[in-house]
Design a protein around this ligand. Sequence first.
Ligand code: NDP
Length: 370
Amino acid sequence: MESRRKFLEKITASAFAIPAMTRPGQLFSNTKTPYEGPVLKVAIMGLGSYGTRVAEAMKTCERAKLVGVISGTPSKITDWQAKYGIPEKNCYNYQNFDAIRDNPDIDAVYVITPNGLHKDQVIRVAKAGKHAICEKPMAINAKEGKEMVEACKAAGVKLLVGYRMHFEPNTVEVIRMRKARELGQIMFFQGLSGFTIGDPSQWRLNKKLAGGGAMMDIGIYSVNGARYMVGEEPIWVTAQETKTDPVKFKPGVDETIQFQFGFPSGAVVSCLSTYSMNNLDRFYLNGREGFVEMQPSTGYGPIKGRTHKGPLTEPIVTHQTLQMDEMAALIFDGKQPVVPVDGEEGLKDLVIIDAIYKAVKTGKKIKLGS
Ligand code: NDP
């Protein structure tokens, strides 16, 4: 069986081998003038696999800089200090990070820990007066998500979710085409999101830490993708679960779920979320006058695809570099992304995921948005 890490490495092998012509910084400034505006000073919380990827990507950011860490593993803190030049005064653990309130050198905390920890950690970040960037899924259910949105609002800080695809150039181009009606009326979307999960003892298979199974981790890409590809919010959800390995996938940890959405326009969606099939990363959007197919559609890249007009040819970027630069622009300049990345957006996905789980449990069609 292939691990998620191996799978992602394979599909993204060239993400870091960015051709000179398409370096991320060039997306922001075609001018020769070096960027001189404010830089978002970020501390990463949770120095795991994805935290490391974000830290590496931030090396080439123009508007964001890694300046601090929050970790439960002292040896990682020392390693990161050496690797990224992080001063001792910007290092925290999970017990003492509320003191970040008194640290003017940190503007935002990027929470990259297991899903079940996001809510409490984001609320503590907000109470410390820092902007919170939180990985997907923002929380493990909509109730928690709402609490996070409210806490950040009350504290007057931004809450952003690590939806890197909302900035990815080929994805943004497809959204442009759909908005310009180049595909005609949208009729159907299919999203396939999955990989074969390895180590049965990892937190992703622990209901308390993961909040569920494949749906929370990878299925969310099809949930979120359905919304930005179709450009509407679903009004009903149906879903069916299949479990072939109840030992590995304990109660509350979904292995495979198929789900369907209906939209106000009449467009329909059919998706698959799984921890038991490899290399499943495909979007297909069908309109009355055209189509888009993307594969890979949400992996780290390069994102590939074609439409009825020909191949997608937007620049290949390191998603996390672009995301962090754009999030800095959002925080400092109020720049709005094509698809929102705020807490309300994260909450919309959680409401739908709650409905998917309810549909699995009851076997009923669940109505949304009334
Ligand atoms: P990892 O297991 O690789 O890292 C998680 C880190 O969180 C750990 O290394 C640890 O860091 C910290 N942590 C704190 N408490 C715990 C705990 N009880 N159990 C395990 N780890 C703990 O996970 P990932 O980095 O792959 O995922 C982290 C988050 O990022 C998840 O929400 C995931 O969904 C999201 N993610 C997003 C991706 C994207 O493309 N947007 C891709 C991959 C993941 P430390 O030792 O420093 O405390």
